[in-house]
Design a protein around this ligand. Structure first.
Ligand code: WTA
Length: 659
């Protein structure tokens, strides 16, 4: 490192706050600090601002209907169509030739869809779905990797008022079956396979295995041919080739169906405390308004920008900030199929340079990997097109933040560290890039109109500097409306902890710990439930545990998250062998690993599986997870005297240290 570089490094390390440049502020969509007060004074009507970003078929009567809280309704009486908002209106405004999706395939091929072309594709597929018998309100499952047919299918569903349920392609066959069963979904769109680091992965066999676990009849399965001659499959009677079906519907006109603002746009399954994934329900009006507004205000997206979110559409980030928010604003959204290190570790920067990306949104785990690979991978690329950077999914440590700021943003781009969840639909806590100063490591203040607080166990706000729990004390348009067909669990999971139903006071509890400072900046500390965050992916420890204890020869298991340099957290499994299996650890380990991959997928692959004759338990018999987490993270173990079996702790810790 040159002297100049190391001086720079040292200066950055000490700097605690950062300001956006004047040139950024001048051009920003939202730059008047008065926006916070405007929202506060005019709440909930302030949210009309978000609704105004959309085109409505029927104007709404009421902004917020709170008569049946916490089953809030937004923009009631209004009608609109999400695909119309993401496509037709831009074409009608004369922007049909602007690029909507710029797709970069892993092997270097590209596909460009203008708004007119995307609209055509969506209409053709919407006609195809209708022809197969899909009706308004039928739930269509999309089990697809990052191919253009995924957003096309989402928008086609939206066009005919059929909610989609996207299942991340990396999830296992079992996970697909669970989600299709839960949603009673009779239609599936999938693909033959896809490429990962140059290898062709067989996705259809996994799909077929999943379909075996679906308890109801599946009417039709549409299969996108991604691999061509690299993989040949026989299709079952109810399985159809995507291209063949669509060819029969080329040039179709499908009028967008007017949907009630509160009609379901999609379901997205996410992990929670218990083993069963939760079907988060999002609606057409509130969700679309909220993702459009946050894309405008936080990501500063304008129609003539090229914007890239490197998430997978199989997660909420891709739904909100690759598809719905950006396309509602008529921008160019880049979509990348592959991994960041294929064919080399500069792949993302090559894509930024080639497409002259203005705004880039990624996850801290990716940034930590870039740091590890070294800045040389960025240096041969011209990244000067970038204007704004963002992160999402997990806390970002100040070192990674500063690396991102310097090596990707050239100290010129503001960074937004955006806290939100599948359930919130869109961003909740983050700086507004032209208004607030940035403090690396801290997401920032709640967005205008969002009453997020940090409270103690009794719901009292904590003092600056103290740790507590995040709550959101008023509703917002992008919020989930319920858990699919399970209103009771919706209340239990999110509203029980801090609400006072007798006083009709409802407080949303996201199950995250946090600290707050004197400027109301919130630093997220992580989940306080049994959910862990591996590379920005949310995994339920109970789901993993139930996979492991399903293995013959394993009597009991505890799964926790341990600190990991790149992934943030990694999965640690502690398991007790049954009598007679004590000496068969290798065999059990292999089976347990397989069970986790089968029931969830490779994202949940355990970092380590530790066999132990006992788990540390309190006198009342509860497993001391905190201790197991400390062992996994290599942290101090602290007081173990309240345990029934304190001697086991050292034994386990020695094993983990040895491995
Ligand atoms: C975590 C992803 C710290 C948090 C959009 C939350 C974050 C969970 C941040 C939701 C952030 C998300 N800083 N932690 N900027 N963003 N999280 O549902 O624990 O996949 O509860 O939604 O990710 O994960 P989910």
């Amino acid at each position: 490192m040159s002297q100049e570089d190391s001086n720079l490094e040292a200066r950055l390390e000490e700097q605690e706050t950062f300001e956006p440049s004047d040139s950024f502020v001048e051009q920003a969509n939202v730059s008047d600090p008065g926006v916070y007060e405007e929202f506060e004074e005019n709440w909930p009507e302030c949210w009309e601002r978000a609704a105004d970003l959309l085109s409505w078929d029927e104007e709404y009567d009421t902004v917020l209907e709170d008569g049946n809280a916490p089953f809030y309704e937004w923009f009631t009486g209004g009608e609109l169509n999400a695909s119309y908002n993401c496509l037709d209106r831009h074409v009608e405004e004369g922007r049909g030739d602007s690029v909507a999706i710029e797709w970069e395939g892993e092997l270097g091929e590209t596909r460009t869809y203008t708004y007119s072309e995307l609209l055509d594709e969506v209409e053709d597929f919407a006609a195809t779905l209708r022809d197969l018998g899909v009706e308004e309100n039928d739930i269509v499952t999309l089990y697809m990797p990052m191919v253009p047919e995924l957003p096309i299918a989402m928008l086609a569903c939206a066009r005919i008022g059929a909610p989609h349920s996207v299942v991340f392609a990396g999830f296992s066959a079992d996970a697909l079956a669970t989600r299709m069963n839960s949603a009673d979904s009779e239609y599936l769109v999938t693909c033959d396979g896809y490429y990962r680091r140059g290898d062709a992965l067989d996705h259809l066999s996994k799909t077929n295995e999943g379909l075996e676990g679906v308890e109801h009849e599946v009417s039709d399965v549409v299969v996108v041919d991604r691999l061509g001659d690299d993989l040949d499959h026989d299709l079952a009677d109810n399985q159809h080739d995507y291209d063949e079906l669509v060819a029969d519907h080329e040039g179709s006109t499908v009028e967008p169906v007017s949907r009630d603002a509160e009609d379901m746009l999609f379901l997205m399954y996410t992990s929670g405390t218990t083993g069963q994934p939760k079907g988060v329900k999002h609606t057409t009006g509130g969700y679309l308004a909220y993702t459009a507004w946050t894309s405008h205000a936080v990501l500063d997206i304008e129609a003539d920008d090229t914007y890239w979110c490197s998430a997978d559409i199989g997660w909420i980030t891709g739904h909100s900030y690759i598809v719905y928010g950006p396309l509602a604003l008529g921008t160019t959204s880049v979509m990348y199929e592959g991994t960041p290190d294929y064919p080399d570790k500069d792949r993302l920067w090559e894509i930024v340079e080639k497409n002259e990306v203005d705004i880039f949104y990624t996850a801290p785990t990716a940034i930590r990997a870039f740091m590890k690979w070294g800045a040389e991978y960025t240096e041969n690329h011209d990244l000067s097109s970038l204007r704004l950077l963002g992160t999402v999914g997990e806390p970002i440590n100040p070192r990674a933040w500063k690396w991102y700021y310097k090596h990707i943003g050239n100290e010129e781009c503001p960074i937004v560290d955006t806290w939100w969840q599948t359930e919130t639909g869109g961003m909740m806590i983050t700086t507004l890039p032209a208004i607030n100063e940035m403090k690396p490591g801290s997401a920032g203040p709640p967005l205008p109109g969002i009453d997020a607080r940090v409270v103690d166990a009794n719901g009292e706000e904590v003092d600056a500097g103290q740790a507590g729990y995040v709550t959101v004390n008023n509703p917002w348009p992008g919020m989930l409306r319920t858990l699919y067909q399970n209103d009771e669990r919706f209340i239990e999971e999110y509203w029980q902890e801090y609400s006072d139903p007798d006083a009709d006071e409802w407080v949303y509890f996201p199950e995250d710990g946090a600290k707050i400072d004197e400027d109301d900046y919130i630093t997220i500390l992580g989940r306080v439930d049994d959910v862990i965050n591996v590379s920005g992916h949310r995994l339920g420890t109970m789901e993993i545990e139930s996979a492991v204890v399903g293995v013959e020869g394993i009597a009991e298991a505890a799964v926790v998250g341990g600190d990991h340099d790149v992934k943030g957290e990694a999965v640690y499994v502690y398991a007790i062998p049954e009598d007679g299996y004590e000496d068969r650890h290798d065999e059990l380990e292999e089976k347990a690993m397989e069970a986790v991959l089968d029931s969830i997928g490779p994202i949940a692959r355990p970092e380590e599986i530790v066999f132990t004759p006992e788990l540390p338990k309190t006198r009342s018999g509860k497993i001391m997870r905190r201790l197991l987490e400390n062992i996994a993270s290599g942290d101090e173990l602290g007081d173990t005297s309240t345990l029934r079996n304190p001697e086991i702790v050292d034994e386990i810790a020695d094993q983990v240290a040895d491995d």
